[in-house]
Write a protein that binds this ligand. Structure first.
Ligand code: GLN
Length: 452
């Protein structure tokens, strides 16, 4: 047994709580673990890693039949960097199959909300969020392609940070949509999220999209005066379609900023109207290309054949048996929008909308000299398990999170706690989005929302 006190605490909490939550797919044997006593900012901190991030220990299944017993021969760069910072990776966290979903209901295993077990924890990093929300670990890694860190963080009452695209190496992350995917922390506080980003950020020769920038301390503004902050309140996101607790939380958060001396500027972002449709075209297109490698030959479970079948049959059986319904839907949608006859009508148009959204963000940050923008993370708090059956309704969960991925911006969800929004006891999150590479200021603004 490890002698590290935080690790022991986590293991005890997992043993006590996870039977009702099912956030964790594997706990690594700590007796053979690395000592973890390495000095560093995260020395001795137990961390869970989403099951689409490669670890040489255990399996990396993506919660899919396709990779059920897959053992990675290498560690993801983020896993190596966590270890170098002293953290102890204690196991893997459940997710929606191949990170496609918003509820952790898709795939081999489902996860429950940490406190309201009949509700979902959000997704696709639902296991990471539920484990942090329940207090089983102070920190977990997730991946965010269209909101999969921030939405479950909002549902489970923890902090969820999606870094700027390129800030963190994606080497060892099983690719979903490569132009949108980023790894980031789900944490019990803004400070721990900042420390985690310190550990995992930085260029990596194994990921040519990782950005070369000087190292910086993302926590450097956390205790500084916030009166010079300029925050854009995105009023076009506060519609009547949202649950009223969400709008109230965002408006109260704006008041908190004003009380702290920050300047609030009301802004509208009309192009966000196109965000969901462009995201679901681009993400599906990239997924259909990335997941083509899972054919039962190069990657993925190989189906047993009776003999006499063709190679086509082998591919078909592997994909039908290995992938769940949602993954198959995305692959078909992606193949369709990339097909010769429809490429321009859908894919090219979606890329244009993406550009428009990015320009609108740039314009607003610039015109109003904003450090960050304030908007909801989700339209509602956590919903009941099984209550959203229609895929399109599930996709609408991501309405406020996908814009940051399309534009490559850093964004964070912070739990909002006050008496008015506490009704029903379900957590509510508010979101901040900042210009590219402005994480340090964004984290400073996020810490304002944590203080009472
Ligand atoms: N819910 C979104 C989707 O299903 C986002 C997923 C993600 O960020 N990985 O595509």
């Amino acid at each position: 047994m490890s002698t590290l006190p935080q690790v022991e605490q986590s293991l005890a909490a997992i043993a006590e709580l996870d039977g009702d939550i099912h956030a964790i797919t594997q706990v690594f044997d700590q007796s053979s673990a690395d000592p973890g006593a390495l000095p560093g900012e995260l020395s001795g901190v137990p961390v869970l890693v989403k099951d689409n991030i490669a670890t040489t220990r255990g399996t990396t299944s993506c919660n899919s039949g396709m990779l059920e017993n897959y053992e990675s021969p290498f560690d993801a760069t983020v896993v190596e960097r966590l270890r170098e910072a002293g953290a102890v990776v204690i196991g893997k966290a459940n997710m929606d199959e191949f990170a496609m979903g918003s509820s952790t209901e898709h795939g081999l295993r489902t996860t429950n909300h940490p406190t309201h077990h009949h509700c979902v924890p959000g997704g696709s990093s639902g296991g990471s969020a539920a484990a942090v929300g329940a207090g089983m670990v102070p920190l977990a890694l997730g991946s965010d392609t269209g909101g999969s860190i921030r939405q479950p963080a909002a549902f489970c009452g923890c902090v969820g940070l999606k870094p700027t695209y390129g800030r963190v190496s994606r080497f060892g992350l099983v690719a979903f949509a490569s132009s949108l995917d980023q790894i980031g922390p789900l944490a019990s506080s803004v400070e721990i999220a900042s420390q985690c980003l310190n550990a995992i950020a930085g260029p990596d020769s194994k990921d040519m999209t990782s950005v070369r920038r000087d190292p910086e301390n993302f926590a450097r503004y956390l205790s500084e005066d916030t009166s010079s902050l300029r925050v854009g309140l995105v009023t076009s996101c506060l519609t009547d379609d949202n649950d009223e607790r969400i709008n109230l939380a965002v408006r109260n958060a704006a008041k908190r900023f004003e009380r702290m001396g920050a300047t609030i500027v009301e802004i509208e972002l009309p192009s966000l109207h196109y965000a969901i449709s462009s995201y679901y075209i681009i993400a599906a297109a990239e997924a259909s290309s990335n997941l083509a490698r899972f054919d039962g030959v190069r990657y993925g479970t190989r189906p047993s054949l009776e003999g006499g079948e063709s190679l086509e049959d082998l591919y078909e059986r592997a994909r039908t048996e290995g992938f769940g319904e949602e993954v198959r839907r995305r692959i078909m949608l992606g193949t369709y929008v990339l097909s010769a006859g429809y490429y321009d009508a859908y894919y090219t148009k979606a890329l244009r909308a993406r550009r428009k959204i990015r320009n609108e963000f740039d314009g607003a940050f610039c015109a109003h000299e904003l450090h960050t923008m304030l908007l909801p993370t989700t339209p509602t708090p956590a919903f009941e398990r099984g209550s959203i059956q229609d895929p399109l309704n599930m996709y609408l969960q991501d309405i406020y999170t996908v814009p940051a991925n399309l534009a490559g911006l850093p964004a964070i969800s912070v739990p909002w706690i006050d008496k008015e929004t506490e009704r029903g006891g379900l957590p509510v999150g508010v979101q901040l989005m900042s210009p590219m590479f402005a994480e340090a200021r964004m984290l400073q603004a996020a810490s304002v929302l944590e203080k009472d």
